[in-house]
Design a binder for this molecule. Structure first.
Ligand code: NAP
Length: 306
């Protein structure tokens, strides 16, 4: 028999969709993936999720929502979806050799922050290297940090960081920013922000935590060690939509297009969280959109019965 709803992805969006659909007695099957929990698993203290006045570690927050979804009967499978067929109902979802049929699907596969791809960047992730100024900025109070990237995210986050830090050096690989004019003006006006142009990061320095970065000027070839206590990486995100490409409407950057809440162009297929949102990208907005997707899905299934 076909499932009523399958949820793919297990960040705050997918888990909240799981919680709500479970409470609606839809017995959701949540395919959470091997790297369950999404981007919150990469963060330390989450201080801006309502309901946790003392803050909560990212992985603990995920464990809480997961537990809550399970309490109401969500079934979780910790494996990756390998193929989906959204061309006809019931939809078909494959997990390796297992195949599931479902009346509806909620896509919540999230987005992954792009990284520079350096060995030490990975090693020092959460120990000075971070991809989220909103989450981690306050830990760098009074310090000097570097921000890599030249887009709106890099500048917006650099401006945000100036609330806490002594200085932000924006490292950009060209001598022209990609960010919008208004953001550029705001950043250039801010006395705590300076720019290092035409430079790439060759290495992240530090034993137990970040102490600096090695910079190479791509015009002159000059290499120098640059001292900083944190490295913020804001070189864009990649939505995790490879599985759905060619089957569902995506925008030019690969994010799922939603309308009227969480609906996609395919009736019965809903999307929530960062896989369809490159603007807000917060745990709480992801959770909120997971709730919307669950309610939209519930109404859709009711309309099939009606
Ligand atoms: P983005 O616009 O794609 O910018 C990414 C930046 O990272 C670019 O400057 C790029 O350099 C640089 N970069 C990429 N790969 C790199 C690498 N391997 N090494 C060094 N630098 C690298 O991404 P985004 O800033 O995340 O913005 C995404 C979208 O959201 C944009 O449409 C943006 O306008 C929007 N957004 C809007 C706001 C706002 O309006 N408040 C805030 C945030 C984001 P190059 O310039 O040389 O390619």
């Amino acid at each position: 028999m076909a499932e009523k709803v399958i949820i793919i992805g297990s960040g705050p969006a997918g888990l909240t969709a799981g919680l709500y659909t479970a409470r609606a007695d839809l017995k959701p099957l949540l395919l959470e993936g091997y790297q369950a929990g999404g981007q919150l698993m990469l963060t330390t203290e989450v201080e801006n999720f309502p309901g946790y006045p003392e803050g909560r570690m990212g992985p603990d927050l995920i464990a809480d929502i997961r537990q809550q979804a399970k309490r109401f009967g969500a079934r979780l499978i910790t494996k990756d979806v390998t193929r989906v067929n959204l061309s006809k109902r019931p939809f078909q979802i494959e997990v390796g050799k297992e195949s599931y049929e479902t009346e509806s699907v909620i896509l919540s596969t999230g987005a992954s922050a792009r990284l520079l791809g350096l060995e030490n960047e990975k090693r020092l992730m959460g120990k000075g290297v971070t991809t989220c100024a909103t989450c981690d900025g306050a830990f760098f109070r009074g310090m000097e940090v570097a921000m890599v990237g030249g887009g709106d995210s890099a500048l917006e986050e650099a401006i945000f960081l100036t609330r806490f830090v002594k200085k932000v050096s924006v490292i950009h690989r060209r001598d022209q920013l990609r960010a919008s004019k208004i953001m550029q003006e705001r950043a250039k006006k801010n006395e705590k922000i300076s720019f290092v142009w035409n430079s790439i990061i060759e290495d992240v320095l530090g034993d137990k935590e970040v102490t600096g970065i090695r910079l190479k000027n791509v015009k002159t070839g000059h290499v120098q060690n640059f001292s900083c206590s944190g490295l913020f990486v804001a070189i864009g995100h990649t939505p995790n939509t490879t599985l759905f490409k060619g089957q569902i409407d995506l925008d030019k950057n690969g994010y799922i297009l939603t309308h009227e809440g969480s609906s996609t162009n395919i009736p019965g297929v809903f999307a929530c969280g960062d896989v369809q949102d490159h603007t807000y990208r917060q745990a709480i907005t992801a959770a909120g959109s997971g709730c919307m997707a669950a309610l939209d899905c519930e109404r859709y299934l009711q309309s099939l019965e009606g």
